[in-house]
Structures are given as structure tokens and as C-alpha cells.
Design a binder for this molecule. Structure first.
Ligand SMILES: Cc1cc2nc3c(=O)[nH]c(=O)nc-3n(C[C@H](O)[C@H](O)[C@H](O)COP(=O)(O)OP(=O)(O)OC[C@H]3O[C@@H](n4cnc5c(N)ncnc54)[C@H](O)[C@@H]3O)c2cc1C
Length: 296
């Protein structure tokens, strides 16, 4: 965390410095389902239809068969996994669950998102920076996998008959600076990063000045600079692509706010007070949901 003036007494990234215009990322591409007025109309209509279907189904007791189909925007009548929050993590979980299902439609996954405009979601507020320079091998491995995933994003997330995904990746290394005090830790971290296969260079103050003449090297004893798999991309595009792909694989999206789980009765209650029944509930990715309302 950086408070007030930057202190060189610890390691800190200069990512913003090596990307000259780190402007806030504007949403560039709308979700395909984002034709809001038309969508609102259909959502309202579908909701009415869903209630109608539920009433009809209730009038047909003694069978689990649902002859009325499933609404795309409302929760299906049952699910194996409910994911609360359709940010990058929620849709990523949904995608990977579907990737690992033994056969198509083996797993019914529902992602519940309360705000399709994502006004406060971290995903679209973020700059979408990716780096390899961590101190834990696990983090470095995850980040190396992420870099490979982004590089081949169309292999993972491409959808038949749809335009290729361009996540607008801008390669640019992160630059970490250390004082005399932090130099040993920085060097040790770089050794771990290199052991994990990351390409990171160590720079003396002289080399640093030569490479980045605009950096004030006063008090800097050592620097590290990422040579590959670092940079930034458009998180909105990635979120959209993950969502689009997951839905093409059969994941359901439900619009609404989950306020509680009543697992003893296997019911999910939406913000509208609507009760949805599930045979099993596994709660995944519950962003900021107060733990006292999650009952097991
Ligand atoms: C300013 C900023 C910059 C960042 N920069 C980077 C970066 O450069 N690189 C990087 O790797 N990470 C960065 N991050 C972190 C990264 O953005 C987050 O770790 C990541 O986006 C978290 O994703 P998420 O899906 O968990 O959360 P979110 O994107 O916040 O998604 C959570 C979703 O859950 C929904 N939700 C919440 N409660 C409920 C409920 N009860 N019912 C239904 N829906 C609900 C919300 O509406 C929201 O859409 C940054 C974060 C911020 C804020």
C-alpha cells in the first residue's frame, strides 16, 4: 500500500510509470445481451411467463419434468452450482466448471449478478495489469498460466461464428525498485521468479538510469524489470468473453441480488423475495455477502 509520499524503504511497483497513459479503461464492447430497453421488455415478459410456467407446473403434481423450458434470464428450477456475482471471478469459475464437466450438460451452473452494468465491480474498475513478479511460486505459476491464457484467449474463449476476441493486450514490464535495505529481498524474489520460468532482469542504478533516464535513482540500490508476460489488457473485454463463452457452454445467467441462502430447505431468495428451489447448494464466490446470512 502506498500512503502519502512514496517511500523507497520497501518494494513498490512502478507499473503506472512504465505505461505512460494508464487511463481508466472505458467499456469498449457491449455485451451481446446488452440492448437494455429491448432486454428490459423481454426480461419483464419472461418473468411473467416464468410465473405462469411455475403455476402451470404446480398444477401438474408428481413429476419433475418441465415441459415449459427454462427462461434465459431467470434462475432455472434447479442447479448444481450457484455462483453469486458475475464479475471476472464468477464467470471464470463458471467457465472452468463447464470445461471440466465429463459430458455436455453434466453440470448445471447458474451465475447470479445483480448489476449488469457492473457499475461498482472491481473487474471493470481495474486497469487489467498482469505481472509475473511475485514472491510466492504459486502466484508466479498462476500468473504465468494467465499470461498463456490471454495469449491464446481465442482458443479458450472463442465462440463459433463470432468475431475473434481482442483483449487489447499491451506488453509492458513492471518495474520494481528497492533501497539498500530491500535489495536482498528483491534479489531473492527475482531468483524465485526465474526458477519458475519468468524472464526478469535485475538492474543496477546505472543500468536503470540508462534504460529509464526519467527515473530518479536517488536511494535506489537495485531494480527488477519484467521482460515478458507483463502488461495490461481490457478487463471489460475479458469479462464479456468469459461470460459469452460460459453461456455458450450452457451456463445460466440470472439477474438479481442474492440476499440469503436457506440451505436447509435448499431455497435461494432473490432481492424481490422470490424463492428458488435447488436440490443441492454449493456457495461459490460470494462477494461481500455477510457470512451470517449464509446458512449451511
Ligand atoms: C481500482 C482497481 C484496480 C485494480 N487493478 C488490478 C490490476 O491491474 N490487475 C489485477 O490483476 N487486479 C486488479 N484489481 C483487482 C481485480 O480487479 C479484482 O481482484 C477482480 O476484479 C475481482 O473480481 P470479482 O469477480 O471477485 O469481483 P467484482 O468484479 O467486484 O465482481 C463481483 C460481482 O458480484 C456482484 N454481486 C455482489 N454481491 C452480490 C449479490 N449478493 N448478489 C448478486 N450479485 C452480487 C457485483 O455486482 C459484482 O458485479 C484492481 C481492482 C481495483 C478496484
Amino acid at each position: 500500500m502506498i500512503r502519502g509520499r512514496l517511500s523507497l524503504g520497501r518494494l513498490w511497483p512502478l507499473a503506472a510509470a512504465v505505461r505512460p497513459f494508464a487511463s481508466p479503461v472505458e467499456p469498449r464492447r457491449q455485451f451481446r445481451a446488452g440492448r437494455s430497453r429491448q432486454r428490459d421488455f423481454y426480461q419483464g415478459f419472461e418473468k411473467e411467463m416464468d410465473l405462469f410456467r411455475q403455476r402451470l407446473k404446480a398444477a401438474l403434481p408428481g413429476t419433475d419434468w418441465n415441459p415449459w423450458g427454462i427462461s434465459k434470464d431467470l434462475p432455472p428450477e434447479w442447479a448444481d452450482v450457484v455462483i453469486v456475482g458475475g464479475g471476472i471471478i464468477g464467470w471464470s469459475i463458471a467457465f472452468w466448471l463447464k470445461m471440466r464437466e465429463p459430458h455436455r450438460n453434466a453440470l448445471r451452473v447458474v451465475v447470479v449478478e445483480r448489476d449488469l452494468q457492473y457499475t461498482k465491480a472491481s473487474t471493470v474498475l481495474s486497469v487489467g495489469g498482469i505481472r509475473q513478479q511475485f514472491s510466492l511460486p504459486e502466484n508466479i505459476r498462476m500468473s504465468r498460466f494467465s499470461a498463456e491464457f490471454l495469449r491464446t484467449v481465442n482458443d479458450y474463449l472463442g465462440v463459433f461464428n463470432e468475431p475473434p476476441i481482442d483483449i487489447q493486450f499491451n506488453p509492458s514490464g513492471y518495474l520494481f525498485l528497492a533501497t539498500e535495505e530491500g535489495a536482498a529481498v528483491l534479489e531473492e524474489n527475482v531468483q524465485i521468479q526465474r526458477m519458475e520460468g519468468a524472464e526478469v532482469s535485475l538492474l543496477s542504478p546505472t543500468q536503470l538510469k540508462k534504460t529509464f533516464p526519467w527515473v530518479n535513482t536517488d536511494g535506489v540500490a537495485l531494480a527488477s524489470y519484467g521482460l515478458e508476460n507483463e502488461g495490461w489488457f481490457d478487463p471489460w473485454t475479458l469479462l464479456n468473453a468469459l461470460r459469452n463463452k460460459a453461456m455458450s457452454m450452457g451456463v445460466f445467467q440470472s439477474v438479481g441480488e442474492v440476499t440469503s441462502f436457506q440451505c436447509r430447505s435448499n431455497e435461494m431468495v432473490t432481492a424481490d423475495g422470490e424463492i428458488v428451489d435447488f436440490p443441492r447448494i454449493m456457495v461459490a464466490n460470494v462477494p461481500k455477502l455477510p457470512t451470517d446470512i449464509v446458512m449451511w
